[in-house]
Design a binder for this molecule. Sequence first.
Ligand code: ANZ
Ligand code: ZN
Length: 823
Amino acid sequence: PDKYDPNLAIDKWLRVWEDKHLFEADGLVDAGTAGQDDARPRSCVVSMYPYPSGDLHMGHAEVYSISDVIARYLRLRGDNVLNPIGWDSFGLPAENAALKRDLDPSTWTYANIEVQAESFRRLGVSFDWRTRLHTSDADYYRWNQWLFLRLLEKGIAYRKSAPVNWCPVDKTVLANEQVVQGKCERCGSTVQQRDLTQWFFRTTQYAQRLLDDMAQLEGNWPSEILAMQRNWIGRSTGAYVDFAVEGRAEPVRVFTTRPDTIFGATFFVVAADAPLAAELCAPENRAEFEAYRDKVRTETEIDRLAADRPKTGVPLGRHALNPVTGQQIPIYAADYVLATYGTGAVMAVPAHDQRDLDFAKAMGLPVVAVLDTGEDDPATTGVATAGDGTLVNSGRFDGLAKADAIEAVTADLQERGAGERAVIYRLRDWLVSRQRYWGTPIPIIHCPSCGEVPVPDDQLPVRLPETGYELRSADGASPLESATEWAAVDCPSCGGAARRDTDTMDTFVDSSWYFLRYPDPTYTGGPFNPEGVARWFPVAEYIGGKEHATGHLMYARFMTKVLHDLGMVGFTEPFAKLTNQGQVIMNGRSMSKSLGNLVNLQEQLGLYGPDAVRVTMLFAGPPDEDIDWADVSPTGAVKWLARIWRLAGDLTTPDATDGDGELRQQTHRLVDEITTLFETRRLNVAVARLMELTSLLRKACDSGAGPADPAVHEGMSALLRMLSCFAPFTADEAWSRLGLPSSVIEHGWPEADPALVFQQTVVCAVQVAGKVRDRLTVATDITETDLRDLALNSEKIVKDLAGRAVLKVIVRAPNLVNIVPAK
Ligand code: ANZ
Ligand code: ZN
């Protein structure tokens, strides 16, 4: 019976916590006075919300254990903590699962949410459940639609025909982030390019601010994530240069980072899939061009950009005029130039750009070096020179250093109206249309006479049809195309017959602002309650995986800036601090059904209990590192928790002494260190120190101060309060074994007494006539006089002297006192 059961007390403690409302933030929703007089600092700790793909898995347990430890810590430290939860419940997997099981996506989704919610509870995650939201609820997604319309009014949402990534299996458009090495992130099939009319959000308009505002995040976000975002935004400075083209009124513009090399531009390349290429193509070259273009359209961007790929292309049968040399240079269409970057056309300088050089070699085009870098001639080596040097073969610019030449040539072009300084970004506008059912319907009506008409605000939400649609329609048409009754509406503007837009929004739209709705998830006056947002945001700490670096985290930063510009939020960055968690892997590989290395969370919980699973996740390494479950086992954690539980049972009523001084010091030093470890989120080391404290207390109980010593009780109280972050059930169970009033969570974080932490002591030997007769624990900075008095008054020394006179006392503070008595 006196055996620790890792699953015994779960229901009991869940009930206690819930009855006491321990995890509810004060003044969450009430826009009146509630929480206003709460003097505690407010902290909003948010973990990226889950996708309800089934029950919770090991990865979920990892991320929510980390965020829960942080939330519990801040709460114990005295913050008014909001630890919210919601579900990212729209998305493709629900549709695929529904097709497979012949259900509708909603049934599957909401059933999974219920299962996950109960698993979160039983994992002991301290969510404030009043925040609960689901993005697939109409009263959530109506605000996606409302925001879409505000973005449309601001010119941030717009529609255009564009080549898009197309997954032939999932039959949908994919964002660039969803294409991994040319393959669909979800199903792995090779992605194709297609032209479709799509809705976009103008993220490019915010490119510079997304870069500049990183100054606010420096030091609080992992530098790796900031670097990934900086690369993704990809700022380039240089110039636009206009090239006249024979037989065309308008010049053709290129973007170059190297205007200094313009005298070496010996040919001209247009992206084969850019409309410009088709337009420039001479009639006699058309057949060859079109065949080439059609092939290029099946290639992925990654392949096209690969440096080591043989260069291909076709001549367009036209020439451009180099504005500085006056030479006619041939125009080619090729795949290594991208239609969607810069202007989709380049001036090719083979001597100083490797891809241009490879192309020149393949096509037999001239190579003219215009920058002397001291390296061998690229025409013979086949290696383009990209270093610094001085200009040659460049007319009156000869002799200028590279940097000066960039300035001088740009100024010259600008003066002659043939170019201008330019800054461009690699970032693209955000393609938000999806040809899917399970998402937010785009709130637009297409009218044959009025064009694109926004659905009036008072007609929102545009609800998804629950019946009368086909999930998988022929050849990629949006499933909502098949909902003919739903799609047929009257034009809000002219009243004539019109059709709804049948695309839905990328679910990254949902997740770009969901956290703002947490304080008041049923708010009807707008997407979020402005008072709640002012009270709880920006998010103090956001926890989630690195895989969201250039997706979700970028979109949320973008949307926050848009909301700021709309006057809806008072800040420009949503997440003050970001903590990444690693993945849970098995034998060095990510877990998956197909690899057969899935570890089942419920099974682990059944065997070891939630506390041991949480402790194991946090003890395995720093939060941001991957955990290989093959290398760890919760049995160690179970043993540790059982030791704590037994120790609590072994303590007896505290006696009336001051308690063991040395034990008190050791305890307070550990509390101090563990507090720092929590502050710096070195949670695995914090667990190690708690284990150390456990051993210390066990020893003191068994062979030192004893089970009634107040210092042992003090140490135990500190241990359990700190432990409650990692192992909340065991902490409360042990706390009640000590006979203390529940819940341990209500007793705050232990305070380390600086006097005990910093007081350094040594053991001083006291000799009488050269023989050690006593050992005293004294402060290292004790004065000679104090030490002398202490030694002479020691009980043992007085007894040893037995009334003899003291002739001499030699004091070597703080280590030694030698007393010389009379014979
Ligand atoms: C002439 C030149 C000479 C260039 C030279 C480079 C070196 P980043 O730094 O990535 O911005 N470029 C421009 N648009 C392109 C497109 N749509 N697809 C592929 N390449 C494109 O690169 C800018 C350079 O990449 C531009 O400067 C252009 O080549 C090429 F010695 O112009 B450069
Ligand atoms: Zn109309």
